[in-house]
Structures are given as structure tokens and as C-alpha cells.
Design a binder for this molecule. Structure first.
Ligand SMILES: NC(=O)c1ccc[n+]([C@@H]2O[C@H](COP(=O)([O-])OP(=O)(O)OC[C@H]3O[C@@H](n4cnc5c(N)ncnc54)[C@H](OP(=O)(O)O)[C@@H]3O)[C@@H](O)[C@H]2O)c1
Length: 198
């Protein structure tokens, strides 16, 4: 029988949508690879803040919904679908700007803080899953600057060799996951396989 790809829709800010996904996935085989790729940096009435006066409560809230709460709530939704006795990866796309140690430039309050929160939430998840799902490796991944809608307004000063096509960025990240063992769960990696400080 030919392999089939089944597309399911999901709004990561909706509990009902996450519950529906969970019900559907529970009918299928265990998951071996889950990657959270949703992210939010800018939208129609939302731009990354350059200064404090631009900070708005609803932008902070929207950013945290997608960039921080989303991956944790997806983990909650898929937990019963992950295998206990086989290796498995749960990865989420974070961003280097979420590193508190690496924050020398400032700006982008909502996105930075939401990615830092994502890192802490998934690090905490990794500690819990070490007991519940010891063969599952939780990873936070920085894809590098990638030519997508998210980075489109900020690509002007990025050297061409540092602006990855999405397929190349995806291959980098799959290579990283393939080299990780469950003992390395709860780590933050850049596209080139180097570890990023929290
Ligand atoms: N591109 C870069 O240079 C770069 C650098 C560092 C980190 N990242 C991270 O990499 C990840 C992927 O980013 P990207 O560059 O692929 O961005 P993108 O092209 O803007 O894609 C973001 C995706 O998130 C989805 N999304 C947003 N809100 C959602 C929601 N409520 N429910 C479900 N899906 C939702 C969007 O779906 P719709 O299209 O349906 O809205 C879109 O498919 C993000 O976490 C981003 O922060 C990207």
C-alpha cells in the first residue's frame, strides 16, 4: 500500500482545535517525529518593537499565544500519541533572539520574550518527559535566517549566503535531529549544530 500524507488543520491558539487534533491522532499509529513550526513576528497591525513606547499588550499576548504557549499545548495534545518504547523527537522552532545571554541588541520585545518563554517551557517539558517518555528527545531549533514571509521585511541586510531557502533550512534541522539522543533532550541548537546559550 502506498504511503499517504494526510493534512490536518490546526489553530494553535484554540483549545478546541488542539483537542480535535488529539482525537484524530489517537486513532493513528504512534508519532515518531513532531515539529512545531508555527511562529509569529509581524502581522497586519503588529510589527516587532524597536523601542519601549511601541510595546502593546495585545501584541505581547498574540506573540506569546503562538510562539510560547503553542508548542507546549501541542506537546500536551500529542503526549498520548508518543511511543514509550521507541525513540521519538519533539522539536520546536525557536530563534536565536530568544537567547537571553545573546541579547546585546535589544528590540523585538514580544518575539524575543515569547521565544525565551518557549525555551523555558520546553526545557521544563524535557525534564518531565525524561520520566514519562524517556526515549523522546525535546529540542529547540534555530533555523537561521530563512527566506519566508516571517523574515521578508528584514532580509535587506542579510548576506545572500546567510539567507537560506526553506528546503535548506529544513535539511539542516533534520540533520541535527538525526544526530540527537534522548540524553540530549531539552537543548537549544542552531542550524549548524552548535549549542545556543539560554
Ligand atoms: N524565517 C526565519 O528567518 C526564522 C528565523 C528564526 C526562527 N524562525 C522561526 O521558524 C518558525 C517558522 O517560521 P517561518 O519563517 O516559516 O514563518 P512563516 O513563513 O511566517 O510561517 C509561520 C507559520 O506559522 C503559522 N501560524 C501562525 N499562527 C498560527 C496559528 N494560530 N495556528 C497555526 N499555525 C499558525 C502560519 O500559518 P498561516 O500561514 O496559516 O498563518 C505559518 O504557516 C517560526 O517559529 C519562526 O519564529 C524563523
Amino acid at each position: 500500500m502506498a504511503d499517504t500524507v494526510k493534512l490536518l488543520s490546526l489553530d494553535v491558539t484554540s483549545d478546541a482545535s488542539l483537542a480535535a487534533l488529539r482525537s484524530t491522532l489517537e486513532e493513528g499509529p504512534p508519532l515518531r517525529l513532531v515539529i512545531y513550526t508555527a511562529g509569529l513576528l509581524h502581522a497586519k497591525e503588529m510589527a516587532p518593537e524597536k523601542r519601549l513606547s511601541q510595546v502593546q499588550r495585545h501584541n505581547l499576548s498574540d506573540s506569546f499565544q503562538v510562539n510560547a504557549f503553542g508548542p507546549l499545548l501541542l506537546a500536551q495534545a500529542v503526549q498520548t500519541c508518543l511511543p514509550k518504547e521507541q525513540p521519538c523527537h519533539f522539536a520546536s522552532l525557536s530563534a536565536r533572539v530568544g537567547s537571553i545571554t545573546d541579547n546585546h541588541l535589544g528590540g523585538w520585545y514580544s518575539y524575543r520574550a515569547a521565544k525565551a518563554a518557549q525555551n523555558q517551557l520546553l526545557r521544563t517539558l524535557a525534564v518531565e518527559w525524561r520520566r514519562r517518555l524517556p526515549l523522546t528527545c525535546v529540542s529547540l531549533l534555530h533555523p537561521g535566517t530563512t527566506a519566508t514571509d516571517l523574515s521578508a521585511p528584514f532580509q535587506a541586510n542579510v548576506p545572500a549566503e546567510r539567507l537560506f531557502p526553506p528546503s535548506r533550512a529544513a535539511n539542516h534541522l533534520i540533520d541535527i535531529l538525526e544526530g540527537l539522543e534522548p540524553e540530549q533532550s531539552g537543548s537549544f541548537w542552531a542550524w549548524d549544530g552548535t549549542s545556543i546559550p539560554w
